[in-house]
Design a protein around this ligand. Structure first.
Ligand SMILES: Nc1ncnc2c1ncn2[C@@H]1O[C@H](COP(=O)(O)OP(=O)(O)OP(=O)(O)O)[C@@H](O)[C@H]1O
Length: 301
């Protein structure tokens, strides 16, 4: 998947610098409290990732923001409007890439992208969008003949062809090969460079680390942490961990000065002797994330 840069995005961006603001969002399905007071702020031009385990409430949140689901309680403002009451003009300012694949039609890739572009007042050039998602060679092929990853790229093309101010990407790279994922990340960065705000849900922590300016971790319907990928989980979360064996016993110490600790252990071991099983690691975003979701909030239902 090769990508080409897209020309400038989105219409007017006057007014507030917030792309979206959510306070106390609640949603219940029967007896199950799926969202239990979600607060979120996303600034214009930001790539914001929503992370969380299966069933945490990510899709419910995103679909309420998109205006596809109703809420029970809370305040929601998306591009300055309430999705529950906003009209077609508002919707035309959004780009949506849903999780599930679209119906497979007899149309070609180019016909599908052109047909979608006609719904928007100021669409991007369909041919440029097809090139941007790396589907140039498939432009004349019927959609039903595409592979799963290629269909996902087409979904992305349909999400961006309307030149959205705010793009929702729900697990966008599921089924992408590694090269296609990297090319997709470049595409998302180029959209951000054009001023597009991106709200991304993903289970790939490396994707969040690569792309997101900030991320929120959602667990059991609540936001349990928000921050940049480097600061998520608080100041101690990325403190290096030194592990070694002491008389056959595993030892672990978290320290901001691992070099000093290793020097001390080396001195204790004696000149020329190795420290048994020594490793020094800095917790990855994935380690921090797993720590955050391990302590599940009480089941709110
Ligand atoms: N239409 C529905 N009816 C009943 N329960 C639902 C409905 N949609 C979602 N739920 C429940 O609400 C909770 C949150 O679901 P949601 O799809 O928002 O989670 P998610 O974080 O997007 O999960 P995943 O990572 O698996 O996509 C889950 O327990 C789910 O079973």
């Amino acid at each position: 998947m090769t990508t080409t840069a897209l020309p400038a995005a989105a219409g007017t961006r006057t007014g507030s610098t917030a792309a979206l603001r959510v306070r106390g969002l609640r949603k219940r399905y029967g007896t199950h409290q799926a969202l239990d007071g979600v607060d979120l702020d996303v600034a214009r031009g930001e790539i914001f990732a929503v992370l969380g385990p299966n069933g945490a409430g990510k899709t419910t949140t995103v679909e309420i923001l998109e205006g596809f689901r109703s809420r029970d309680d809370g305040e929601v403002s998306v591009l300055g409007q309430d999705p529950a009451t906003a009209g077609r003009d508002w919707r035309a300012r959004l780009g949506v890439v849903l999780q599930e694949a679209r119906d497979l039609t007899e149309l070609t890739v180019a016909e599908t992208v052109r047909a979608t572009a006609r719904y928007y007042p100021a669409p991007r050039d369909p041919a440029e969008v097809i090139a941007a998602v790396g589907l140039e060679e498939k432009a004349g092929k019927r959609v039903r003949t595409l592979s799963g990853g290629q269909r996902r790229r087409l979904d992305v093309a349909l999400g961006i062809v309307g030149r959205p101010e705010l793009l929702f990407l729900d697990e966008p790279t599921t089924g992408f090969d590694p090269e296609a994922r990297r090319a997709f990340w470049d595409l998302v960065r180029s959209l951000r460079d054009d001023g597009t705000t991106v709200l991304l849900t993903t289970h790939y922590l490396d994707e969040a680390a690569q792309l997101a300016d900030r991320a929120a971790v959602v667990n059991a319907g609540r936001v349990v942490a928000v921050g940049t990928p480097e600061t998520l989980g608080g100041p101690g979360a990325r403190t290096p961990v030194v592990r070694w064996y002491d008389d056959g016993q595993p030892r672990t110490e978290r320290t901001t000065t691992p070099t000093a600790l290793v020097a001390r252990l080396a001195a204790a071991a004696g000149t020329g002797r190795e420290i048994d099983g020594l490793t020094v690691t800095r917790p990855s975003l994935e380690d921090v994330y797993l720590d955050l979701i391990r302590t599940r909030p009480e089941d709110p239902s």
